[in-house]
Design a protein around this ligand. Structure first.
Ligand SMILES: [Fe+2]
Ligand SMILES: [Fe+2]
Length: 172
């Protein structure tokens, strides 16, 4: 697995993050969303670079840990600010910003990559006491019981994923 996320990119996002870095919607959550996305990218039509970048941008501009209306759009805006650092083409960038913007407001989307982004986030709901429901997941793999169980078990432990974002160093 090759990561498109760099320590520098993560540091820039951290530099502007307004909530607790290790909080409910912070880097620990993002590190699992990344892993979920990698797994879901085994499916045909899922762009692995987009799902990776979604993990670090989708909640990057939250202003509270509750129902923060508009945080998806703000996350997309941050991705636009960092556009020059992102190793993706314009088509991929549009998928990234679409997924960020709609990740809480849309049930699903016509594009498979956007669907996988939604799923990678929703599979981590165990951390707030919600068992992911296949009804609210979009891609066939995410709906499988073994994937839901795998994601749910990890979501219960509040710790950074091993080698978060595919980076070798100690990002925290
Ligand atoms: Fe979110
Ligand atoms: Fe999230």
């Amino acid at each position: 697995m090759t990561t498109v996320i760099t320590a520098e990119m993560l540091a820039m996002i951290k530099g502007q993050y307004q909530l607790q870095w290790n909080g409910t919607h912070g880097v620990i959550h993002w590190s699992r969303v990344f892993e979920n996305g990698i797994r879901l990218a085994e499916q045909e039509g899922v762009n692995v670079r987009v799902v990776q970048l979604f993990s670090i941008f989708h909640d990057s501009r939250r202003e509270n840990e509750h129902r923060d209306k508009g945080h998806g759009r703000r996350g997309a805006e941050l991705a636009a600010e960092f556009r020059d650092y992102l190793p993706i083409n314009d088509e991929e960038f549009l998928l990234l910003t679409t997924a960020c913007e709609l990740h809480t407001s849309a049930a699903t989307h016509v594009n498979r990559t956007v669907q996988a982004c939604f799923d990678s986030d929703r599979l981590d709901l165990g951390r707030v006491g919600i068992i992911p429901d296949p009804q609210y997941l979009c891609t066939p793999l995410a709906k499988e019981k073994n994937i839901i169980d795998w994601a749910y078990d990890r979501s219960l432990h509040h710790k950074l994923a091993p080698q978060p974002f595919g980076l070798a160093g100690d990002e925290e």
